[in-house]
Structure formats: C-alpha cells, structure tokens
Write a protein that binds this ligand. Structure first.
Ligand SMILES: Cc1cc2nc3c(=O)[nH]c(=O)nc-3n(C[C@H](O)[C@H](O)[C@H](O)COP(=O)(O)OP(=O)(O)OC[C@H]3O[C@@H](n4cnc5c(N)ncnc54)[C@H](O)[C@@H]3O)c2cc1C
Length: 345
C-alpha cells in the first residue's frame, strides 16, 4: 500500500482509465483508482440495484484486499457463514465447517453499495450504456464479466423465504449440476445453481429452477421451492459462457470474469474479481502516471494474474467434473475438506 501511495503522490496522474462493466471488478477497481486520484470513466450496460446470477457467498477474500481497494465498508455488516451441508439428490451426505467464515450479501445490495462509494469518490459512471468490446483504445479495462461463447451451462438464481436449511450453506448436487442455498440480508435465502443445459426441459422463467432441480434428483428441495415465497424480480438466469480462462481482447486489460471464470462451487469468483482489481492497480497507477506504456501495463498485469490464479483454476478444473459423478460425490462423506479447499484459494 505504501508503494502505491508514493507512486501516486510523485505522479501527474493525467491519463483517464476507461472501465467497461460495473460489476464487482469494475466498481472495486474504479473505487481503488479514485483513492489514488486517477480519472475513471466506467460504462455499465445495466443499472443499480438489480439481481444477478450469483451464489452471493464470498469465500477466501482477505481483509487486506478489501482495504487495499477501499471497499471494506461495503462488507462490514454482512452475515458470516461457516457451516456447510452437502446433499446428493435427496440424500444428506455430510455437514462440515469452513476454517474461515465466508461473507454473504446479495448482489442487489453489494453492487449498489459499491456504486455509491465509487460515485462518492468521484468516478464518472454511465449506466445503461453498452460499450464496444471488440478492440480497446489504450487505457481501456474490460471488466464486462464472462466473454459470450456457446457454452453448455445455465446459471439460475432467486431469493426465497420460508426455507429451513440445515446449515449456513446447503449444497445440493446431482448428475447435471448443483445448487447452493445461503441466507443473505432481510431473511431472504439465495438459491443459486449451475446446471448443464438440458434441451428437454421446456419450463420458462421461475419454473426453470424447480425443473432443473427435479432433473438433478433434488426432488425434496424442488417441492420446497415451489411452495415458498419468492422475492419479486429476483429470478435471474444466465447462459452462454465457458468456465476457465477467457479469450483475451486485443488492446484491453481483461480482469475478473473477463480474465477467467472459476467454477461457482468454489465460492471464489467474487474474491477473484476483487483480487484481479488489486493486482491491476499498481500497473494502472504507473500507466496513469505516464511511467509505463499501455502495452507494458497489460502484459505485467496479465502475467501476474496468471501466476496468482493458476493453482486454484487448475485444481477446480479437475475437481468440478467429480461433482457430477455419483461415486465421487459419495466420497465427499469422507474426503478431507480443508486440504481440498486450500487448493481452491
Ligand atoms: C451460477 C453462478 C453462481 C455463482 N456463485 C458465486 C458465489 O457463490 N460466490 C462467488 O464468489 N462467485 C460466484 N459466482 C461468480 C461471480 O458471480 C463472478 O465471478 C463475479 O460476478 C465476477 O464479477 P465481474 O465484475 O468480473 O463480472 P460481473 O459481475 O458479471 O459484471 C460485469 C458487468 O459488466 C456489464 N457489461 C457487460 N458487457 C458490457 C458492455 N459491453 N458495456 C458495458 N457494460 C457491460 C454487465 O452488465 C455487468 O454489470 C457465481 C457465478 C455463477 C454463474
């Protein structure tokens, strides 16, 4: 942090950084850059607040990262969760405890909070504006989330009341996917899952969630969801993405999900969004101060991102397919959870 302050105070900081996308990566980066008095223009295709497909379970983020980005206040009063219960189909497999508690907050609230902090710190944010993502001018950061691709996954989520989960996080798995249930603010439970797209499912909108759960063998949960109270407008769905490293975009610095998507079961995607903003920060400060070229800023950041995330992306690529096999799911009953989790951080 001291290194960043010195760089900032010595520099003229006269170059603007343009950020495409105001999710967690874009907003946290905008806040951090503004703390160093760098001009920021952020373009966001949507508006705030809004519900988004996300498990809303933040695992593995350090206090230091939140402080370096200047976003600790947004997460200071959130729920913390430690107990996790795994199900295969309708069968409870095991209950375990995370070594370090995870944070839980809805994206509806978190993105709005970060937007408010960014605005208060002088970021210029244009909402409901879709910026071109083909080729970037120098100083352009792509934080626009997943890079669209044919992909075979669908993500579904809704906020629900009236559930009685047996742990802070319930993970329901089966042959075509998994779904987590975790409490967020105001007594709402977030039900969010990732499934392999099944073209035989003809349900629409809200009915998709119970339909995918039934196909996955999670019948008891599907029944519970169908009779529970759903939060207005909270149902969201996303498809057309590939897990793992994303293709790079010529001339742009790609961060967060635009750099790499870790499988959601890790609960680490939001942490990676914050960490990628933190990793890019010193290089963007140097670029804004005219001390390095845009090409140097991009290549230094890219190198650092690959090194920092390699272990967790590789481990998750091997573990993820095991969640879809009955035999390996049952091994979960006895598997040592802490060493596995340490590979995913
Ligand atoms: C099913 C599922 C469950 C998940 N569960 C969890 C979890 O429990 N814990 C966890 O840590 N992570 C989870 N994740 C991952 C997490 O949601 C992402 O890693 C995180 O949101 C990435 O943040 P981001 O800012 O990079 O991208 P996003 O949050 O996707 O933000 C990108 C933003 O860019 C905007 N945008 C896109 N294109 C343009 C454009 N051309 N111009 C302007 N704006 C644009 C979008 O509107 C959006 O606001 C889950 C993901 C899925 C799919």
């Amino acid at each position: 942090m001291a290194r960043l302050s010195t760089r900032a105070s010595l520099s003229r900081l006269n170059r603007t950084i343009t950020i495409i996308g105001g999710g967690l990566t874009g907003l946290s980066l905008a806040i951090a850059l503004r703390k160093h008095r760098i001009h920021v223009q952020l373009h966001e295709a949507g508006s705030y607040p809004r519900h988004r497909v996300c498990g809303e379970f933040i695992s593995g983020v350090s206090r230091e990262t939140l402080e370096n980005l200047g976003i600790s206040a947004a997460l200071s009063d959130v729920l913390t969760h430690q107990s996790v219960c795994w199900f295969s189909g309708d069968q409870k497999l095991r209950q375990t405890k995370l070594q370090t508690p995870a944070l839980a907050i809805s994206r509806f609230l978190l993105d709005q909070r970060l937007y408010d902090i960014a605005i208060a710190n002088g970021a210029v944010i244009r909402t409901q504006f879709r910026h071109a993502t083909e080729v970037g001018a120098p100083g352009t950061v792509r934080a626009s989330g997943r890079i669209p691709s044919p992909g075979s996954w669908i993500g579904l989520k809704a906020h629900i009341k009236g559930l009685m989960p047996s742990a802070n996080l319930e993970m329901h798995s089966g042959p075509i996917g998994y779904l987590g249930i975790t409490q967020v603010e105001e007594g709402w439970y977030n039900a969010c899952g990732l499934f392999r797209i099944d073209r035989s499912i003809k349900s629409k909108q809200e009915e998709l969630l119970p339909a995918y759960l039934r196909k996955n063998g999670n019948h008891l949960l599907a029944d519970q969801l169908q009779f529970a109270k759903w939060r207005d407008d909270s149902f969201s769905a996303v498809a057309g993405f590939t897990l793992g490293n994303q293709p790079s975009t010529q001339g742009m610095m790609c961060l967060g999900d635009s750099h790499a998507i870790i499988p959601p079961f890790t609960g680490n995607g939001m942490t990676m969004a914050f960490e990628s903003a933190e990793i890019a920060l010193p290089h963007l400060i140097d670029y804004a101060a005219d001390q390095i070229s845009w090409e140097q800023a991009c290549s230094l950041t890219d190198k650092h991102l690959h090194k920092h995330f390699r272990k967790r992306l590789t481990a998750s690529r091997f573990i993820h397919p095991l969640l879809f096999q009955s035999a390996s799911r049952h091994l979960l009953k006895h598997a040592p959870i802490s060493p596995i989790l340490s590979l995913l951080r």
